[in-house]
Design a protein around this ligand. Structure first.
Ligand SMILES: [Zn+2]
Length: 76
């Protein structure tokens, strides 16, 4: 199985890794997901797992315009 890394802001697929190589991270995220309101781990329609992260482009925008991202997060 493949785990996809997707940007939580623009939904771009940042990359994908085989489940075996990210197993420890997934287990950690599953524990976090139970407590956190914001989900780090989501499931795709085809059953694949997707880890919510942030791409380089959004990271840069976020540093430049933090207010815009705070706002767009609430509007979604
Ligand atoms: Zn992005």
């Amino acid at each position: 199985m493949t785990v996809r890394y997707k940007c939580r802001h623009c939904k771009t697929e940042v990359g994908s890794l085989p489940f075996e190589s990210v197993k420890d991270t997934i287990l950690l995220l599953q524990k976090l997901d139970e407590k956190e309101e914001e989900h780090f781990l989501t499931y795709e329609k085809d059953g694949a797992m997707a880890v919510q992260c942030i791409c380089e482009q959004c990271q840069q925008s976020l540093q430049k315009f933090p207010d815009y991202y705070a706002l767009s997060k609430w509007l979604q």
